[in-house]
Write a protein that binds this ligand. Structure first.
Ligand code: SAM
Ligand code: SF4
Ligand code: SF4
Length: 403
């Protein structure tokens, strides 16, 4: 066993793999693992291991599953804080009542990521829930409004998924999500306008339209609304070929910035090399049997990390993750990952942040006439975009910004 320990940037404890949604774009329904809550004593052991050996400073509470279903979530947040760790939750937001929001504030949660992801009645069908879209949307916006008006400095991020990227992946299973990029942009406009209003920011709708129009929706980015609120725009991914039944040809050369930097600990205790391995195929060992420090010092962990440094995908699961049913595409994807992570230097923790109303250099240098032209073109495009169903009770949360 190597003596040096690998230290991930962030560790995701899947506190439960139960979920009250069944999203088409999530591999929850592909997972063969029994549904279970993580034993709280096991969670505490993992946190103690982290704190004792300073393994990471940041913990999350999912891989699959809905963290707000975990009966001891508040205890888990408090316990992590007591050991000096920064905490973040990703939640679908459906259970974010005002009481739940207050509990998260009291527990001192640092980051709340709400996976709104799809907008409009039609795309909401893909979430696999009986909760009507309007009630869901209002609940999420209500939580944002309540937490912001409480004065809490919790970072709140509303996550929105550009599902039009589905076309780049080998996905055979039917997904009830939109393919159209124009539709994604129009939907995003509604979301940002409503988020500004719920966060108490007065921003004219036309300014938001301009800002949204110039966003590159193919790259993940945070659109900053205020110092503690953002909208995260992310492309839909395929969870490493989780949605194809075809034979996948492996990629051998490649690089992945998530490997051993965003570790997963599944609800059954299996420690995986990344939070994208939803069924434990890459397990390095079980937290029940060994300390996290031992697991992260193991020869296997080092062999995988060394392989990444040489741009070789050592684990067969990584080879499949960057693979494809088309062998040429598999090789291109592997090489593309090197370009993405090594040449463009993408880092999971370094996603770009754009202030909502920052003008691009071209726009600021071309004067107000150009801005007016752009505004007109945005209006024309938005009017031409397919109509989105608005949530019925939206007016309840709409403030001056969306008037
Ligand atoms: C698997 S979920 C678990 C946490 C929680 N249930 C939720 O939905 O936020 C973790 C995150 O992955 C996102 N996600 C799921 N499938 C995705 C996909 N195909 N592409 C990109 N993100 C995805 C979810 O929207 C969520 O933000
Ligand atoms: S994305 Fe989250 S909410 Fe949707 S099925 Fe997966 S775990 Fe559940
Ligand atoms: S390539 Fe490997 S480490 Fe990277 S996301 Fe895929 S399975 Fe995880």
């Amino acid at each position: 066993m190597s003596t040096q320990m690998i230290r991930p940037e962030k560790i995701y404890f899947e506190v439960t793999n139960h979920c009250n949604f069944n999203c088409d774009f999530c591999p929850s329904h592909e997972s063969g693992r029994p549904r279970q809550h993580m034993d709280f004593a096991l969670f505490e052991k993992g946190i103690d291991d982290i704190a004792r050996e300073h393994i990471t400073g940041h913990v999350g509470f999912h891989v699959l599953g809905e963290p707000l279903i975990y009966p001891r979530l508040i205890d888990a947040i408090r316990y992590s804080h007591s050991r000096g760790l920064d905490t973040s939750i990703n939640t679908n937001g459906s259970l974010l009542t005002s009481e739940a929001g207050s509990q998260l504030i009291d527990a001192g949660l640092d980051h709340l990521n709400i996976s709104l992801q799809t907008l409009g009645e039609r795309d909401h069908e893909c979430r696999g829930t009986a909760l009507p879209y309007a009630r869901y949307y209002d609940r999420v916006m209500g939580a944002l409004r309540d937490i912001r008006s409480s004065g809490s400095e919790m970072e709140i991020v509303l996550c929105y998924m550009n599902t039009s990227t589905r076309r780049f992946f080998d996905i055979d299973k039917p997904m009830r999500v939109s393919w159209q990029a124009d539709r994604a942009r129009a939907a995003l406009l509604f979301l940002v306008v409503d988020a500004c209003a719920a966060a108490g920011q007065r921003v004219p709708r036309e300014d938001v339209a301009l800002a949204v129009q110039r966003l590159d929706l193919l790259r993940p980015k945070f659109v900053r609304i205020d110092p503690h609120t953002a909208v995260f725009v992310q492309p839909m991914m395929d969870w490493g070929n989780a949605f194809t039944r075809r034979r996948v040809f492996p990629a051998h050369a490649g690089y992945c910035g998530y490997c051993l930097s965003n570790l997963g600990i599944l609800s059954n205790g299996e420690v995986t090399i990344c939070c994208g391995d939803y069924d434990g195929a890459t397990s390095l060992g079980n937290l029940r049997d060994r300390s996290l420090g031992e697991i992260l010092s193991s020869d296997r962990a080092h062999a995988i990390a060394d392989g990444m440094r040489r741009m070789r995908l050592v684990d067969p699961y990584c080879q499949r993750c960057f693979g494809s049913p088309n062998p040429i595409k598999a090789a291109v994807k592997g090489l593309g990952s090197i370009y993405f992570f090594k040449v463009l230097k993408f880092q999971p923790s370094g996603v770009r942040e754009v202030p909502l109303l920052a003008a691009t250099p071209e726009q600021s240098s071309s004067g107000p006439g150009a801005l007016a032209r752009l505004a007109r073109s945005v209006r024309t495009r938005l009017n031409a975009a397919p109509t989105l169903e608005r949530p019925a009770a939206r007016s309840e949360i709409a403030g001056p910004a969306s008037a």
